[in-house]
Write a protein that binds this ligand. Structure first.
Ligand SMILES: O=C(O)[C@@H](CO)OP(=O)(O)O
Ligand SMILES: [Mn+2]
Ligand SMILES: [Mn+2]
Length: 571
């Protein structure tokens, strides 16, 4: 059935207000203590918004089932968070879809698996991805099931190319994950399968760059995985990770690339003609660049030196617009009819081709973001779809991130630049919605550097001020929220909430996201004075934000969207 794109008018709220939607990345709400960097930092603007509670500030869930993850033990992340914010509904996400496909065995009956299986007789099966149980990009138990299933279905030679984590899990935990995997592989060897780890490296330094921020990261991985070349060579991966971690300043996220070599010093698992490759991350953003390098005949981002003729499948299809990769083991969530698409289609006077047209005021969307988060308020927001819905109505602007540094070195990142671009967009009068992601709390929180994260939170707060001042000037409306927690808790805790200590008595730094709720604050001179948060939406989550934003633009949300957070009192 054709989608009815015309949104009903909101019965009480006017159209034509400028709306700033601000997403603070990694900004949750938690008890105030010394490990809560948002609490420690001076954040007068966000504090003042909170003073508007409960009418203008409230908390929503940003993790677990509220954002389509398998369980409420799963922390939130940018992909599922922005998907929910933009789509207004909760879709079963990659992690969950892969779980079901493995549990039912359907993954092995699908087109993607059949395709790679054709290489099993004469070629090697290579698995490439993030090795941890973080559940943000991948999960070790899924890799284990994939190994088991593939070997039972005829894979005789398997090579695993690992990327160590330390970002979604504790730094240092990579050794344990590698030991677990080695143990599984040795059991496969006992069954006659020639299965080994072939190469590795830290996720942030090898392979898992995103949004084309730094292709040299992908090249380092390519050299190790495909060409079998790396500056470090080891006989086994446990020794590799232990040795490389012992270097001063080393950590799991940034381990240099290594290859495993045999007695004669040759790499045990370069990728060659006739092989099959599966990238086992279910999350898209940090696998897209490698997928392009593996799949595109025309490719000029770095010299691939040798381009093996392989059968390649992603765990999921990572980009629904580019249809990348062409083959995949599990179908991605079908995130359709996102709020961005609706809003664009409801402001355009002449609307082209397939969805009919509506009359109305010009509705233009402006999105501003640093490179490291570029796709968050575009690609993720639009349901893992790159590109514009209507280029004449949307403008996506990128502020280049610093590259080649860890963000604790420059914790202010480009927050002010982003905010100034947002301000200018609001003041220009050309845009109805200005959507922004401020990455500081998250990107610096991931470094585990508490002092730097405090600076980061202050910087994000100052950026919010610049945007809210502009909203004030144009008589607009703001909605400030976050995609998941991170900076509000920087320590690993026991069940009772007490910080955990390591063997040396130091606290265990938490580099990952959290299970905490996030704030939603609304306000601005353009907000109808009767608007307040409803008290009858039980356990609201990020998916309730889309309908809310549609209301702020003067529209009712589609009926199947999660309910709006706001109501309008008559007085
Ligand atoms: O950096 C990333 O890839 C993830 C953590 O793995 O963070 P976010 O979801 O905030 O992008
Ligand atoms: Mn995020
Ligand atoms: Mn993050």
């Amino acid at each position: 059935m054709a989608t009815a794109w015309t949104l009903p008018d909101h019965p009480k709220l006017p159209k034509g207000k400028k709306v700033a939607v601000v997403v603070l990345d990694g900004w949750g709400e938690a008890n105030p203590d010394e490990y809560n960097c948002i609490h420690v930092a001076q954040t007068p603007v966000m504090d003042s918004l909170k003073n508007g509670a409960p009418e203008k500030w409230r908390l929503v869930k940003a993790h677990g089932t509220a954002v389509g993850l398998p369980s409420d033990d799963d922390m939130g992340n940018s992909e599922v968070g922005h998907n929910a914010l933009g789509a207004g509904r909760i879709f079963a996400q990659g992690a969950k879809l892969v779980d079901s496909a493995l549990a039912s065995g359907k993954i092995f009956d699908g087109e993607g698996f059949k395709y790679i299986k054709e290489s099993f007789d004469n070629g090697t099966l290579h698995l490439i991805g993030l090795l941890s149980d973080g559940g943000v990009h991948s999960r070790l138990d899924q890799v284990q099931l994939l190994l088991k299933g593939a070997s039972e279905r005829g894979a005789k030679r398997i090579r695993v190319h690992i990327l160590t984590d330390g970002r979604d899990v504790l730094d240092g935990s990579s050794v344990g994950f590698v030991e677990t995997l080695e143990n599984d592989l040795s059991q496969l060897r006992e069954k006659g399968v020639d299965a080994r780890i072939a190469s590795g490296g830290g996720r942030m330094y090898v392979t898992m760059d995103r949004y084309e921020n730094d292709w040299s990261v992908v090249k380092r991985g390519w050299d190790a995985q495909v060409l079998g070349e790396a500056p470090h060579k080891f006989k086994n991966a446990v020794e590799a990770v232990k040795t490389l971690r012992a270097e001063p300043g080393a950590n799991d996220q940034y381990l240099p690339p290594f290859v495993i070599v045999d007695e004669s010093g040759s790499a045990v698992g370069p990728i060659v003609d006739g092989d099959a490759v599966v990238t086992f991350n279910f999350r898209a953003d940090r696998m897209t660049m490698l997928a392009k390098a593996l799949e595109y005949a025309d490719f000029d981002k770095f010299d691939r030196v040798r381009v093996p003729k392989i059968r390649y499948a992603g765990m999921l299809q990572y980009d629904g617009e580019l249809l990348l990769p062409k083959r995949y083991l599990v179908s991605p969530p079908e995130i359709d009819r996102t709020s961005g698409e609706y809003l664009v289609k409801n402001g355009v006077r002449t609307f082209a081709c397939r969805h009919g047209h509506t009359d109305g005021t010009s509705f233009v969307d402006k999105v501003i973001i640093e490179t490291v988060k570029f796709g968050h308020v575009t690609f993720f927001w639009n349901g893992n779809r790159s590109g514009y819905f209507d280029e004449s109505k949307e403008e996506y602007v990128e502020v280049p991130s610093d590259s080649g540094i860890t963000f604790n070195v420059k914790p202010k990142m480009k927050a002010v630049e982003i905010a100034e671009k947002a301000r200018d967009a609001l003041l220009s009068g050309k845009f109805d919605q200005v959507r922004v992601n401020l990455p500081n709390g998250d990107m610096v929180g991931h470094t585990g550097d508490i002092e730097a994260t405090v600076v980061a939170c202050k910087a994000a707060d100052e950026a919010v001020k610049i945007i809210l001042d502009a909203v004030e000037q144009v008589g607009g409306i703001y909605l400030v929220t976050a995609d998941h927690g991170n900076a509000e808790d920087m320590v690993k805790r026991n069940k009772a909430g007490k910080p955990l200590l390591d063997k040396s008595g130091a606290i265990q730094i938490l580099t990952s996201h959290t299970l905490q709720p996030v704030p939603v604050a609304i306000g601005g001179p353009g907000l109808h004075p009767g608007v307040k948060f409803r008290s009858d939406v039980e356990t609201p989550g990020l998916a309730n934000v889309a309908a809310t934003v549609m209301n702020l633009h003067g529209f009712e949300a589609p009926a199947d969207y999660e309910p709006t957070l706001i109501e309008v009192a008559d007085n």
